[in-house]
Design a protein around this ligand. Structure first.
Ligand SMILES: Cc1cc2nc3c(=O)[nH]c(=O)nc-3n(C[C@H](O)[C@H](O)[C@H](O)COP(=O)(O)OP(=O)(O)OC[C@H]3O[C@@H](n4cnc5c(N)ncnc54)[C@H](O)[C@@H]3O)c2cc1C
Length: 382
C-alpha cells in the first residue's frame, strides 16, 4: 500500500498549485464580486491541458487518468472553487458522457474542442421540480421522423450559458418500459438550437464566478443521431457519471478544506491579540490541528475511491463516503477558518469568506449528503 504520488503526479500537482497561486489568486476575487465568468483563466487552463487530463491522446486528451483530474481540482479549489467547479463540471459532467457513451462521430465532433478547453459542455439532469429523485424527470423527447422533439426544463445547469458553451446533454423521458416505468435517454443539444433557451444566470450565495442557468426546451428539434448512447440507458448512464463525479467533488472539497488550513496558519501567525500572535494560543492551534486532520482523512478517502475506480473495482460506496466526508469537513473547516479570522473573516476581500460561501453547495451538488447516506446504506444491503 502506497499513498505517495508518483513523480509525474507530483509535477502535475505543483504546476497546478503554481498556476492557482500566480494566475487565479490575484484576479478571481474581482470576478467573484462582479459575478463574471473568468474566461482568461479558463483559456489558460485549456492551454495547460487541464480539460483533457483524464482522456486518451487520440481524442486530444493528455493521456492521464481520473485521479490526475482530482489532483488538479484539489489544487485549484485550495485557492478558488468557482474555477475548480468549472473544470470539474466541464470534464466529469460535460465531456465524460460523450467519451463514455458517444458514437465515433459524436466523439470526433465534440471531444477535440471540449478537451482543449476551447468549448464547454453542460450536463442537464436536474429539473425545477426534481433533483435527488432523478427518476422524476418530466422533460420529454419524442421521435418525429429523424428528429427528437424536446419539451421541458432543467435547473441549475453548470457551464450551460457561457460564450464558449457548445452543447448540453439532456436527460429526457423517451417512452415507457414494459414494466411501466419511465424510459430515460440522454440527448445532445447544441447551443443555439432553435427552441433551446438559456435563462439569465442565477444570483448565487457562492461559486459566483461559475456559470449556472435554468434551461428551457420548447419544441426543440435535434437530429435522431444526437441520442447519446443507447435509448433507455439514460438512468444507468447518469448514475455512472455521478458516481465518478463524487470523487471529483470530494477532491474539490478537500482542496477547499486545505485552503482553509493554509489561510488560517498564515493569519494566526500574524494577527496579534493580548500581546501575542493568536496562533500562540492553544485554542487556535487545536482548531487548526483539527482542520488539518479533517483535510488529511478526507484526502485519503478520495484517494481510496479513485484507486478502486481506476482498478476497475466497485467504488460506488467509497465514492459516496469520500463525497459525504469531504463536503462535511469542508463546511467545518470553512466555519473555523472564518472564526480564526474574526471580523476580517466576514469581509469578502479575505479568501476564507469566499471559502465559507462556497462550502455549503458541496453538501448539495452531485447528490446531497442525504443521498450519499442512502447510497452507502443501500450498498450495505439496507
Ligand atoms: C450551483 C449549482 C450547480 C449545479 N449544477 C448542476 C449541473 O451541472 N447539472 C445538474 O443536473 N444539476 C446541477 N445542480 C443540481 C444539484 O445536483 C441538485 O440541486 C441536487 O442534486 C439536489 O436536488 P434538489 O435541489 O432538487 O433538492 P431536492 O432533491 O428537492 O432535495 C431537497 C432536500 O430533501 C432531501 N431529500 C430528498 N429526498 C430525500 C429522501 N429520500 N430522504 C431524505 N432526504 C431527502 C435532500 O437531501 C435535500 O436536503 C446544481 C446545483 C447547484 C446549486
Amino acid at each position: 500500500m502506497d499513498f505517495r504520488l508518483s513523480e509525474e503526479q507530483e509535477a502535475l500537482r505543483e504546476s497546478v498549485r503554481d498556476f492557482a497561486r500566480e494566475v487565479v489568486a490575484p484576479t478571481i476575487a474581482e470576478h467573484y464580486e462582479q459575478h463574471t465568468f473568468p474566461y482568461e483563466i479558463i483559456r489558460q487552463m485549456g492551454k495547460m491541458g487541464l480539460f483533457g487530463l483524464p482522456f486518451p491522446e487520440e481524442h486530444g486528451g493528455m493521456g492521464g487518468d481520473y485521479f490526475a483530474l482530482c489532483l488538479a481540482l484539489e489544487e485549484l479549489a485550495r485557492v478558488d472553487s468557482s474555477v475548480a467547479i468549472t473544470l470539474e463540471a466541464a470534464v466529469s459532467l460535460g465531456a465524460m458522457p460523450i467519451y463514455r457513451f458517444g458514437t465515433d462521430e459524436q466523439k470526433a465532433q465534440w471531444l477535440p474542442k471540449l478537451l482543449s478547453g476551447e468549448a464547454l459542455a453542460g450536463f442537464g439532469l436536474t429539473e425545477p421540480g426534481t433533483g435527488s429523485d432523478a427518476g422524476g424527470t418530466q422533460t420529454r423527447a419524442v421521435l418525429d421522423g429523424d428528429e427528437w422533439v424536446i419539451n421541458g426544463s432543467k435547473a441549475f445547469i453548470t457551464n450551460s450559458g457561457t460564450d464558449i458553451t457548445a452543447l448540453v446533454t439532456v436527460t429526457a423521458v423517451t417512452g415507457t418500459k414494459p414494466d411501466g416505468s419511465k424510459e430515460l435517454s440522454t440527448i445532445i443539444v447544441p447551443s443555439g438550437t432553435p427552441g433551446f433557451s438559456v435563462a439569465p444566470g442565477y444570483s448565487k450565495v457562492g461559486w459566483t464566478a461559475s456559470d449556472t442557468h435554468e434551461l428551457t426546451f420548447d419544441d426543440c428539434r435535434v437530429p435522431a443521431a444526437n441520442l447519446l448512447g443507447e435509448r433507455g440507458r439514460g438512468f444507468a448512464q447518469f448514475l455512472r457519471i455521478l458516481d465518478e463525479g463524487r470523487i471529483a467533488i470530494a477532491a474539490l472539497a478537500v482542496g477547499l478544506a486545505q485552503g482553509c488550513v493554509d489561510e488560517s496558519v498564515k493569519y494566526a501567525n500574524e494577527r496579534q491579540a493580548f500581546g501575542r500572535p493568536i496562533g500562540a494560543y492553544q485554542a487556535i492551534q487545536f482548531k487548526v490541528a483539527d482542520m488539518e486532520m479533517k483535510a488529511h482523512t478526507a484526502r485519503l478517502a478520495y484517494y481510496d475511491a479513485a484507486a478502486r475506480m481506476l482498478a476497475g473495482e466497485p467504488f460506488k460506496r467509497q465514492a459516496a463516503i469520500a463525497k459525504l466526508h469531504a463536503s462535511t469537513i469542508a463546511v467545518d473547516n470553512a466555519r473555523e477558518a472564518t472564526q480564526i479570522h474574526g471580523g476580517y473573516g466576514f469581509m469578502n476581500e479575505y479568501p476564507v469568506a469566499r471559502f465559507w460561501r462556497d462550502s455549503k453547495i458541496l453538501e448539495i451538488g452531485e447528490g446531497t449528503s442525504e443521498v450519499q447516506r442512502m447510497v452507502i446504506a443501500r450498498d450495505l444491503g439496507m
